[in-house]
Design a protein around this ligand. Structure first.
Ligand code: HEM
Length: 334
């Protein structure tokens, strides 16, 4: 619900400052709900497994939703708030989905552990379980909990990297969130699953950096194939798999790194990390071996992403519905 009366603008600024203030980030602990909602993980996994069986695209949707929520203003479920100018309305978030799964989990938890489990923790848990399922039970990680939900969600504050940014620019954005270059390379491994619209990489197929030629860092055979799927003048914005490994484009595994080493990355940033001096060694390490290292390290990086700028009880709440604040007047979404 939007704040409508003019005097509320001061409140919005106050809430925004409160939620951005570095000094009040919350603490996360493993087993945070063990005394208050002891069956939490079992309840969540049951719902996630049931829904994943019906719709496997929930895995890429939630992995991306988790990244977008955590990266912009912290892991505080600000992305879930409905509102005329809330984060959901920002361009990079228009193709984010999976909100109904979070709602389904929240509804069940409000019956079994009312008012106890934050929406931000639900996002982290649901994503963790989907990574486990989509990796064929291989990527299993602990996710500390205790996040609170924010009161502020403004599309104007959405701050996400774009696919044509350089590795250094992207690394700076991760660094501002206390995530290292290693974390960045591991988390970009999230592109082992899911799809991208043609519009995010079409420039690489036809007129790369105004050269009237395709991006020379893309395998010419792949570029030709992709031109068939993303015709130059077409107004229809199709999609292609981010991981071009035919056998594992819908699976969370380390194949993404082998693909980018073979010049088969789709987004420009994905391809760049294979050759940039800051990241190429890390990519080489992850591309080697049977992938066990990736499963462990990807999970650890996902957990670290989950601790970015988390809120505590002083600047957040446990929402009853993930789409709105408990007291709508306290909510800044426009
Ligand atoms: C660092 C810079 C990143 C950039 C520039 C970027 C950009 C993109 C773009 C342009 C898409 C396609 C969106 C669309 O077509 O609607 C996408 C999809 C996706 N991204 Fe990223 N991304 C980044 C990092 C990440 C990270 C860190 C993760 C996960 C931890 C992630 C997970 C995903 C997933 C799973 C999809 C597929 C979504 C689906 O199929 O619905 N991305 N990303």
């Amino acid at each position: 619900m939007a704040v409508k009366i003019p005097t509320m603008s001061a409140l919005i600024v106050f809430l925004a400052l409160l939620s951005l203030s570095h000094s009040c980030y919350g603490e996360l602990t493993p087993g945070h709900y063990k005394d208050t909602c002891k069956d939490l993980e079992k309840i969540v996994f049951g719902i996630v497994q049931r829904e994943f069986t019906k719709n496997a695209t929930l895995a890429p949707l939630l992995i991306r939703l988790y990244f977008h929520d955590c990266f912009s203003n912290g892991c505080d479920a600000s992305l879930l708030l409905d509102g005329p100018s809330s984060e959901r309305k920002a361009r990079p978030n228009l193709s984010v989905g999976g909100y109904e799964l979070i709602d389904a989990v929240k509804t069940e938890l409000e019956q079994k552990c009312a008012g106890l489990v934050s929406c931000a923790d639900i996002i982290a848990l649901v994503t963790r379980d989907l990574v486990f399922l989509a990796s064929g039970f291989k990527a299993k990680y602990e996710i500390p909990m205790g996040r609170f939900d924010s009161f502020v969600s403004l599309s104007s504050t959405v701050d996400l990297p774009g696919p044509t940014m350089s590795v250094s620019q992207t690394a700076d954005m991760f660094d501002k969130r206390n995530l290292s270059v290693d974390d960045m390379v591991l988390l970009l491994g999230g592109h082992t699953i899911g799809v991208t619209h043609c519009s995010f990489f079409k420039d690489r197929l036809y007129n790369f950096q105004n050269t009237n030629k395709p991006d020379p860092s893309m395998d010419p055979k792949l570029a030709q194939e992709l031109r068939g799927k993303c015709p130059d003048k077409s107004t229809f914005d199709g999609t292609v798999n981010l991981d071009q490994d035919f056998f594992s484009s819908n699976v969370v595994d380390g194949s993404f790194y082998r693909q980018i080493q073979s010049s088969r990355g789709i987004l420009q940033i994905d391809q760049q990390i294979a050759t940039d001096e800051k990241t190429s060694e890390i990519v080489r390490g992850l591309a080697k071996g049977n992938g066990d290292e990736f499963f462990v390290r990807f999970g650890q990086a996902m957990a670290r992403l989950g601790s970015v700028r988390v809120k505590d009880k002083n600047n957040g709440e446990i929402r009853k519905s993930c789409r709105s604040c408990n007291t709508p007047l306290m909510c800044a979404t426009s």
